[in-house]
Design a protein. Sequence first.
Length: 256
Amino acid sequence: MIKPDADTAPKLRQLGDTFNRRRLSKKLLRSELVQRAGSALIGWTLGSIWQSNRDNGTSTDWETMLDGEWPAIFALWHGQHLLVPYASPSDRKFTSLVSRSADAEINARVLARAGIDVIRGSGGRETSRTNIDKGGVKALISMRNALRLGVNVVMIADISKGQPRQAGEGIVTLAKISGRPIVPVALATSRRKVLEKTWDKTTINLPFGTRSVRLAPPIYVTAKADEQEMAGARAKVTAELNRVTGEAMRAVEEHK
C-alpha cells in the first residue's frame, strides 16, 4: 500500500474533515426541527417585508387584467419571486411547482405558510434521465389537473442553473396541454439588495420602502402548436416578463 508523504497527509485529513462537516451540516439543515423553524422564520420575515413596503399606486389590478381569464399560469423569473406569494389575491387559489429534492423542502413549507399549495416536481435522489423525465411529466399533469379544477399555477419560467431570463419549454408546454394562458408577473421594491455573484442575480427585497407589482396580458399557446410556434411562445414569454420586470423596477424608482 502506498502511504501519503508528509505534505500530502495533512491535506487529505483536512479534506476529509471538510467533507464530514459538510455532510453533518446538510443533514442538520434537512432535519425536521430545522425545516420547521427555518420555514417559520423565513415566512415571517418575508411577510413582514411585504407588509412594510407600501404599494406606490403603479401596480396592475389583477382582477381587471384577468377578467374572464382565470385560472392562469403565472410566470416568474428565478431570483425575483420571493415576495410574489404575498401579492396574489387572497380569494383565489394558487399552487406552485417545487422540486422534490430535500433541499427544496423548506421552500415548499414557506409557500404553504403563505397560503400557496405545492406540487412537487422532479428532483431528489433520482439520477437517471428517464426518472427525471417521468418526474417532470407527472408534475405537468398535476399542474394541468389543478388548472382544470380552477386553481392557478405559479411557475418559474427560466430553468434553474440554466440561462437566466430565458423562458424554458416547461411553462409553454403546460399552456399548450391545459389551454390556459401564461401571465408574466414581476415585483420590485425600492429598497433591495442584488446578489451579483448568483447565477440569477437573486434580489433580496428589503423593508420600509415602496413596491410595485406588474402583470402582462395573458399569452395563449394553441393545442396544435408546432416546434416553431412553441419557440415563438417562449420568446414572447421572455420578452413580456422582461418588459414587466423593467416596468416594476422603474416604477419603484420614479414613484418613491
